[in-house]
Design a protein around this ligand. Structure first.
Ligand code: PLP
Length: 376
């Protein structure tokens, strides 16, 4: 079965009771039992919810995994992955992770005796050098936010496995439509479903997927024990949304490619960061592990004043945090999403005062270009 067929059918068989073609929203906290110890397999809604289970089944199929576990946010999903570790374990993490993941690692898990090394994952030699006897995870994100750097996932998986560690990949930016890390050797994939999976800027949700039944059991144990579970409505909305993931991603990417090429030739734009451009330093690597390049672009405008004027002048590109919705958004990483990243690290990564990030939506590209033309 191909991707869009899975997105519409896996986990979404018509309801047994009524024949309803969409998965029902099981808005319940508990389930009636016939007698003590005699029930239908559903006991309490933190532990199991049928709407959530159907969504987990669907997402696992889309990522090519065997199991998935859904959470109340992408951050809660990342938290659940790190909770599989023990005090004294070590993680090699990309230095330009999503800021919230960096904060969770350094401000929460480090306090519990988990050790982290942050490395530039563009060069896998850095990963190799950082590996230790107690390394349990190599944790990366690709493409990254906002500089669109790429990690070689096949190579990273090889290094992790040589050391008996897991490769964990945050696949939020690419979505399973354009990149399936499990097929490239990763053990765990995580999403902020708030972004492309949800796709309509109307929910907060996270999901973890794995191709190991044993890791899946650990994740469901944590899901139940810690309790950072999503409400059934968010799982239902995700099922509704992934039905259109393929067509949305195709449109996000074709709009972004056209806009990136146009921006590259605009005199007011000093640099364009988009993995779909041949000028991107890792374009060939991106093309070897992604089937498309997504909808995220960053541009360098040269100064804070220019970034400020631009973000205030756009009309269709709304100034807001987040990404991956049908509507186009613009954000200023230094003052919005990356304010907590130390200045010297920001400069090394190229996150300057003049950098602006675009989440290209699925509106008509002509209208988006007209908006950018006016703002520039
Ligand atoms: C937004 C985001 C997260 C965090 O997800 P929330 O749903 O906001 O908690 C994690 N990783 C990436 C890449 C993100 O963009």
């Amino acid at each position: 079965m191909k991707f869009s067929t899975k997105a519409i059918h896996i986990g979404q068989e018509p309801d047994e009771l009524t024949g309803a073609v969409t998965v029902p929203l099981y808005q319940t906290s508990t389930y009636a039992q016939e007698a003590i110890g005699k029930h239908k397999g559903w006991e309490y809604a933190r532990t199991q919810n049928p709407t959530r289970s159907r969504w987990e089944t669907c997402l696992a199929a889309l990522e090519g995994g065997v199991d998935a576990a859904a959470f109340g946010s992408g951050s809660a999903a990342v938290d659940a992955i790190l909770r599989t570790l023990n005090s004294g374990d070590h993680v090699v993490m990309a230095e330009d992770m999503y800021g919230g993941t960096y904060r969770l690692a350094t401000k929460v898990f480090q306090r519990f005796g988990i050790e982290f090394s942050f490395v530039d994952m563009r060069d896998l030699q850095n990963v190799r050098n950082a590996m230790r006897d107690n390394t349990r995870m190599v944790y990366t994100e690709t493409p990254t936010n906002p500089m669109m750097t790429i990690t070689d996932l096949r190579g990273a998986a090889e290094i992790a496995h040589e050391h008996g560690a897991w490769l964990v990949v945050d696949n939020t930016f690419a979505s399973p439509y354009f990149q399936r890390p499990l097929e490239l050797g990763a053990d765990i994939v995580v999403h902020s479903a708030t972004k492309y999976l949800g796709g309509h800027s109307d929910l907060v949700h996270g999901i973890v997927c794995t191709n190991s039944a044993e890791i899946g059991q650990q994740l469901h144990f944590i899901q139940n024990a810690v309790g950072a579970v999503p409400g059934p409505l968010e799982s239902w909305l995700c099922l509704r949304s992934v039905k259109t993931l393929e067509v949305r991603m195709q449109r996000h990417a074709s709009n972004a490619q056209r806009i990136a090429e146009w921006l590259q030739n605009h005199p007011s734009v000093k640099a364009v960061h988009y993995p779909g451009l041949p000028s991107h330093p890792q374009h060939a690597l991106a093309a070897s592990q992604m089937s498309g390049f997504g909808g995220m672009i960053s541009i360098e405008l040269g100064s804070l004043e220019k970034a400020k004027a631009f973000t205030e002048a756009t009309q269709l590109f709304t100034l807001a945090e987040s990404l991956g919705g049908v509507e186009s958004l613009v954000c200023h990483p230094v003052s919005m999403t990356h304010g907590s990243v130390p200045v010297e690290q920001r400069q090394r990564l190229g996150i300057t005062d003049g950098l602006v990030r675009l989440s290209v939506g699925i509106e008509d590209a002509d209208d988006l270009l007209a908006d950018l033309t006016r703002a520039l």
